[in-house]
Design a binder for this molecule. Structure first.
Ligand code: G3P
Ligand code: MG
Length: 241
């Protein structure tokens, strides 16, 4: 399912992460797939945001789960990245889906849930939004560190492929991976070795490795059978391969 290179948060080294400008930049760099992070707002909306707060990536402050969709959508997610990007808004998921369709990009929608967040509510909002906004033939891939959120997505929409995200292969990923019938396993790349990766590849497990910004490391991981690389500089990695 995974392509060899997936733009991470768009193309996060080249355009503000998790913005429509980031999707456009990833497409310009030749990506066919992009990963985005999505969070539930106080009023049941979904916005593109990696952190639990808007503090790092926007010029505003506050917790996503305590802010309304309209409040967050008015925030500037570009200025902190660079003056040339000032005014770039925080997209609602629906806007990102529409942009992805227009750019012929496939999406890995990573649903973020932190302690205290309702995985069920986040999953329900995601399923509702995909039902409304997704128009492409191929479905999005839904990924998460939160296994309960993925289970809730699968219970509502068994046709949506899901991916388990885990920081390391030493973590407890296999039980949820098998129980969910996950399409792929997305693993933090730092601890990956040929010895840890090869047996899983031989088993037929599709592995995505994040976040790989070094071309030599990307080549190494792919040579071991890793299916896809999540990169903040997807164009440069593609050019080097
Ligand atoms: O989905 C893969 C990767 O994005 C997970 O880590 O922290 O960059 O969302 P993070
Ligand atoms: Mg992510």
């Amino acid at each position: 399912m995974l392509p060899r290179i997936i733009g991470h948060r768009g193309a996060a080294l080249h355009a503000p992460e998790n913005t429509l400008a980031g999707l456009r930049e990833a497409a310009r760099q030749g990506c066919r797939w992009v990963e985005i992070d999505v969070r539930l707002t106080a009023d049941g909306g979904l916005v593109l945001m990696h952190d639990p707060t808007v503090d790092r990536t926007t010029t505003a402050a506050g917790r996503v789960r305590e802010l309304a969709l309209a409040e967050i959508a008015g925030m500037d997610a570009g200025a902190r990245f660079g003056a040339a990007w000032a005014g770039e808004p925080v997209p609602a998921l629906a806007d990102a889906i529409a942009a992805a369709h227009a750019l012929a990009l496939r999406l890995d929608i990573e649903l973020k849930c932190d302690p205290g967040d309702s995985a069920a509510a986040a999953a329900a909002a995601l399923v509702r939004e995909i039902g409304r906004a997704w128009k492409a033939d191929e479905p999005p891939l839904i990924s998460s560190f939160d296994h309960a959120a993925l289970a809730a997505v699968r219970a509502a929409r068994a046709d949506l492929p899901v991916a388990v995200v885990t920081p390391a292969l030493s973590d407890a990923w296999r039980e949820p991976f098998e129980a969910l019938g996950a399409a792929s396993l997305h693993v933090g790349q730092r601890g990956l070795t040929q010895e840890s990766v090869s047996p899983l590849v031989a088993e037929g497990i599709e592995i995505g490795a994040y976040t790989v910004n070094d071309a030599a490391r990307a080549k190494e991981l792919l040579s071991w059978g890793v299916a896809g690389i999540f990169s903040d500089r997807p164009g440069a990695i593609a050019a080097a391969l």
